[in-house]
Ligand binder design. Structure first.
Ligand code: MD3
Ligand code: FE
Length: 210
């Protein structure tokens, strides 16, 4: 049983909650899971529909994987690089996502998709909305591991000036309700090393895609 009052819980915006350090007790297990997933479905740089290669490297686990290519963005059960289903979602991943969602007020969250993002210094994610999921009634749970990042949290329009939110190793953010379709991104990563990952940030993003 997770103690709701044992850690700082910041309301970022309506429906969005930062759980500082929530993943610290399982960080090593999560990173071991990332190694396992990447052994079966290696990190790759996807291409956007507009023809740009993303600086962030990605892979997936679970029944539905997020993919991008010249044809568009979508979820697919098959890894286009390997031609096989994405690796299973490690139990520790699903348990953490369900627990964090519950702690933020979203009971019964069972993700079918986990996108694993790998950032190196200089990498960034430009402002975007997550709109490839069927039902925006489900929240998104994100877990930060390794190097810190500056998360950019905007509004309903791309032109709304984003807030800058520092995210550190072990932080978990749950985005639901009115925040679910907010524009967001990650500022260019600074140089550095982290004891758990070296010069890398890993972000796990859990979704109900279908
Ligand atoms: C706010 N990843 O994979 S996770 C993504 O740190 C993505 O790798 C970022 O944006 C990363 O699509 C941010 C946090 C996140 C995810 C989804 C959101 C924040 C969100 C959806 C709506 C609002
Ligand atoms: Fe996103």
């Amino acid at each position: 049983m997770h103690d709701l009052f044992a850690e700082p819980q910041e309301a970022l915006a309506a429906g969005a909650t930062v759980l500082r350090g929530h993943a610290l007790p399982v960080a090593e297990a999560l990173l071991a899971g990332v190694e396992q997933v990447a052994a079966a479905a290696p990190f790759r740089h996807m291409v956007t529909p507009g023809g740009f290669t993303m600086s962030v490297a990605m892979t997936n686990c679970g029944p539905a994987g997020w993919v991008s290519d010249r044809r568009g963005y979508r979820y697919d059960a098959i890894d286009p690089d390997g031609g096989r289903p994405w690796p299973a979602m490690p139990g520790a991943f699903r348990a953490l996502a369900t627990d964090a969602a519950q702690a933020a007020g979203y009971p019964g969250f069972v993700p079918d998709a986990c996108l694993v993002n790998r950032y190196r210094p200089g990498d960034r994610l430009t402002l975007h909305q997550d709109r490839n999921e069927r039902d925006y009634g489900h929240p998104i749970v994100s877990v930060s591991l390794g190097l810190p990042a500056t998360f950019l949290f905007g509004g309903d329009r791309r032109t709304d000036r984003p807030r800058r939110i520092p995210l550190h190793h072990g932080d978990v953010v749950v985005w639901g309700g009115p925040s679910r379709l907010a524009f967001h991104g990650v500022a260019p990563m600074k140089d550095g090393t982290h004891p758990a990952t070296g010069a890398i940030r890993i972000n796990l993003t859990f979704r109900v895609a279908r």
